[in-house]
Design a protein around this ligand. Structure first.
Ligand code: URP
Ligand code: ZN
Ligand code: ZN
Ligand code: ZN
Length: 457
């Protein structure tokens, strides 16, 4: 029997193990992991000698064409997934965030329809801002349609912030349905107070971003939301946790049986608040803000210990002009950093190469666990037989420098400009097709599908 594709001679890296194996692919799926040299003949043979063969990355936190306030981020599904694939990511999880007056299900279904423009597959988080009698039916329909995770916010008052009662009811209902709340935690009253103090002394520009959203705002909100989850026995996933204390609160809750999970994002693991002292502080404005270098080190240590569950990008593709247009007042700025393409190389270089994080743990944090927490495992996040043949073939030793002009995101800057990187995904397969080969776009055909989530964790 002939296979469609065999990836031969590489070291397969899975979440729990790694070793030499040939990956056999037919009809877009992995059909076997064969001992080296024992794979059947194939129409296409990809030589992976000296390379790491990993399941494609799953980015659990990626905003595509995201409108917040007066700003819309600049990419669409084709652009975002092109950048994703170049960076070794083969599944993105986007958000459908309602604007005032819109209902969660309508917004989610409209966003879901865009998935076919993608070069790779995608899934979606819905979002609930306000509880009303229609929400339970909307949640039931969404979960039935494979949209099982719902983003909520404890900040951005007057826009997407939900009150505690709405969080509690949404959590309770989703737990009953087999879904899960994914939540952005910053206590808005503490943020509001910090912003008022900064504004009173005319320190409210981008350079002051860190002071406007203190670490304590995150800690306080995480504690409150954990209490709600524990009270109603619901699972909860904390997005973009930026402090070690916040991660430790979640880990402690997990130890007493709460189904609570921590997501960190690449920029909080690599960049620190000294970026706000530089020439373009507005380019680093995100919520939560970049933290102190001490905090970054402490947060990074939790990658090694199992306390962090996933690493996302929190990709938001604003450009410099958008960022600069409101840089004198962070309260009016577009928040978020472009990062879907750089998430994996930056973490691989800084943590696997630089600090000895096992490559197996890298895969677990950036692919397998995000697939699990989004109900996509074992179709995504693994190369075990039966999985989609989404594969990133990495050269672990190649050295390169990040510069925005070489990237594919629909913006004019990267927060990692000039960073020296070791390791890069060279060839990336989406369901068995080489979309990127030798760092070149090989197959620009949109083939994205919206993925229906199964039960989450
Ligand atoms: O600054 C951020 N994170 N912007 C994107 C929206 C969000 O809160 O995730
Ligand atoms: Zn958020
Ligand atoms: Zn600037
Ligand atoms: Zn986000």
């Amino acid at each position: 029997m002939t296979a469609d594709v065999v990836v031969r001679g590489g070291t397969v890296v899975e979440a729990g193990w790694s070793g030499p194996a040939d990956v056999v692919i037919s009809d877009g799926r992995v059909t076997a992991l064969a001992a080296p040299g024992t794979a059947p003949a194939a129409d296409t043979v990809i030589d992976a000698t000296g390379r790491l063969v990993m399941p494609g990355g799953v980015d659990p936190h990626c905003h595509v064409g995201f409108t917040s306030g007066e700003f819309t981020s600049l990419d669409d599904y084709r652009q975002c997934t092109t950048a994703a694939v170049f960076g070794g990511t083969t599944t993105i999880v986007d958000f459908a965030i309602p604007r005032p007056g819109e209902n969660p299900a309508d917004v989610a279904y409209a966003q879901r329809a865009k998935a076919t423009q993608g070069l790779c597959d995608s899934a979606l988080h819905a979002c609930v801002v306000e509880w009303d009698d229609t929400v339970p039916d909307q949640l039931a329909a969404l979960v039935n349609d494979g949209i099982s995770t719902v983003k909520m916010f404890t900040t951005y008052r007057g826009e997407t912030m939900a009150d505690e009662d709405t969080v509690l009811r949404t959590m309770t209902e989703l737990a009953r349905l087999g879904g899960m709340v994914v939540i952005h935690c910053e206590a808005d009253h503490i943020v509001g107070d910090a912003q008022r103090r900064c504004a009173a002394t005319d320190h409210i520009g981008a350079a002051n971003m860190a002071a406007t959203r203190p670490d304590l705002a995150e800690t306080a909100s995480v504690a409150e939301i954990l209490a709600i989850a524990e009270a109603v026995d619901a699972p909860v996933y904390f997005v973009h946790q930026s402090t070690a204390e916040a991660v430790e609160l979640v880990a402690a809750a997990r130890r007493r049986g709460v189904r609570a999970y921590s997501e960190t994002v690449a920029h909080h693991l690599v960049l620190d608040d000294s970026a706000y002292n530089g020439a373009h502080p507005e380019r680093y404005v995100c919520c939560p803000p970049l933290r102190s270098s001490t905090q970054v080190k402490a947060l990074g240590r939790h990658l090694f210990t199992g306390e962090v569950t996933t690493i996302g990008s929190d990709h938001c593709c604003y450009d410099t002009a958008q960022k600069e247009s409101r840089a004198t007042d962070v309260r009016a700025m577009p928040n978020g950093l472009p990062g879907v393409e750089t998430r994996l190389p930056v973490i691989f270089s800084e943590y696997v190469v630089g600090q000895g994080l096992p490559a197996t743990r890298f895969v677990e944090l950036t692919s397998t666990n995000p697939a699990r927490t989004n109900g996509l495992y074992p179709r995504k996040g693994t190369l075990l037989p039966g999985a989609d043949a989404d594969i990133a073939i990495w050269n672990p030793t190649t050295e390169w420098q990040i510069t925005s002009t070489d990237l594919h995101m629909a913006t004019d800057y990267t927060p990692y400009e000039g960073m020296q990187i070791t390791g890069r995904p060279e060839t990336v397969l989406v369901r068995g097709r080489a979309v990127v080969d030798n760092n070149t776009l090989q197959d620009p055909t949109p083939q994205g599908r919206h993925l229906k989530a199964g039960p989450v964790v």
